[in-house]
Design a protein around this ligand. Structure first.
Ligand SMILES: C[C@@]1(CC(=O)O)c2cc3[nH]c(cc4nc(cc5[nH]c(cc(n2)[C@H]1CCC(=O)O)[C@@](C)(CC(=O)O)[C@@H]5CCC(=O)O)C(CC(=O)O)=C4CCC(=O)O)c(CCC(=O)O)c3CC(=O)O
Ligand SMILES: [Co+2]
Length: 325
């Protein structure tokens, strides 16, 4: 399929090494999939903006598959990328643009967290998990749906391990912050604390986390701290993205997102944005947590995040969250 471009959308960072890692990730992906034409662009902090990336991807292509290299769905996934795609559709009317779902809080991501936690426990010489607190440290957003998905991961990790205390903290925007989570874990008698940054690549935030953990070590000399590596290059990330691409090519409905807790609901209703089905009494029983088990065909769901579904004319933005049309 040489008339198709995969456009990988990374977040981007002021810390150049983070952007270099995303380029390196794309290079590794090309090695895994030599037949695919893979381009890269960034939401922020790069000359290769989304509009530039979309232009490059559209060149000589009949179809562009936009694949966000993003963990959670907040403003970037719900607003920024769809807006950029809308712009590209106007500029390149003969190119079809498909929008894949973000990575999501799902079992493959949980597998990475479990591997990181296991490695940390080994590095600590396997202490008692009941006195070893865990803190999943997410970026945080003002979207409670995205923040809630992280809470789900903390819960799942607790259910899959012997750690009794798996907390969630955020680097910014929302609370609690790492310091508060550690303060609580200290009061509850934890003698080890494992910090699991929920990040894909290096950046100013990851570097800040490293400094914060050093600070905490000095502040709590009786607690042993360990902070694990971000997970952009893990096998599961490549596999999730590949699943996204093959699902979209098949035209499978994927990445269903429930409306519960969605911060753009009122905005969309107020502005009468077409295609936004928040008021429909659609049961969310088939809200998929992972994009893996989509072998069964389902009718398109209004929250189907597979934008520009090839068989879904006139409703090309499945999860129509308030992007202007
Ligand atoms: C350092 C900083 C940039 C700077 O100023 O240098 C930075 C950096 C990075 N953000 C990343 C990720 C995300 N950023 C957001 C959202 C926002 N990020 C914003 C600020 C900042 N982000 C600056 C620090 C401010 C501070 O001190 O806290 C906000 C406030 C303003 C804005 O950017 O619009 C806006 C809040 C919107 C709201 O209110 O909700 C979301 C959620 C979403 O989608 O909206 C995700 C998750 C994406 C996912 O889920 O993957 C990554 C990639 C991490 C990785 O690799 O995983 C980096 C790279 C790095 O760390 O350098
Ligand atoms: Co950010």
């Amino acid at each position: 399929m040489n008339d198709e471009t995969i456009l990988l959308v990374g977040h981007g960072s002021r810390e150049k090494s983070g952007n270099d890692e995303i380029e390196a990730f794309a290079a590794q992906w090309r090695e895994r999939q030599p037949g695919w034409r893979i381009e890269v662009c960034f939401i922020e902090f790069s000359e290769i903006t989304m509009s530039e990336g979309l232009r490059r991807a559209a060149e000589g292509a009949r179809r562009v598959v936009v694949v966000p290299l993003i963990l959670n769905a907040a403003g970037h996934v719900k607003m920024d990328i769809p807006q950029a795609i809308d712009g590209a559709r106007l500029k390149f009317p003969f190119v079809q643009f498909l929008y894949a779902p973000h990575l999501q809080a799902c079992d493959p991501i949980l597998a990475i967290l479990r591997r990181r936690l296991k490695g940390a426990m080994q590095a600590l010489d396997m202490p008692d998990p009941t006195t070893t607190g865990v803190v999943i440290l997410g970026r945080g957003s003002s979207d409670r749906q995205a923040n809630g998905d992280m809470a789900k991961m903390a819960r799942w990790l607790m259910e899959e391990t012997d750690h009794e205390l798996v907390d969630l903290a955020f680097t910014g925007i929302t609370y609690p912050r790492l310091e508060k989570a550690v303060q609580r874990q200290s009061l509850l008698g934890m003698t080890q604390v494992v910090v699991l940054p929920y990040y894909l690549f290096n950046g100013t935030l990851v570097e800040r986390i490293t400094r914060q953990v050093e600070h905490l070590k000095a502040q709590y000399p009786t607690i042993r701290f360990i902070s694990t590596k971000y997970f952009g290059f893990e096998r599961e990330i490549f596999e999730l993205l590949e699943q996204r691409v093959t699902d979209l090519r098949r035209g499978a409905p994927i990445g269903l997102m429930p409306c519960d807790g969605c911060k753009f609901r009122d905005f969309a209703v107020e502005h009468g944005l077409g295609g936004h089905h928040h008021d429909d009494a659609v049961p969310h029983s088939h809200d998929h947590d992972h994009a893996h088990d989509h072998a069964h065909a389902e009718p398109p769901h209004p929250h189907d995040h597979a934008h520009d579904h090839p068989h879904d004319h006139g409703h090309d933005h499945g999860h129509d969250h308030a992007h202007a049309r």
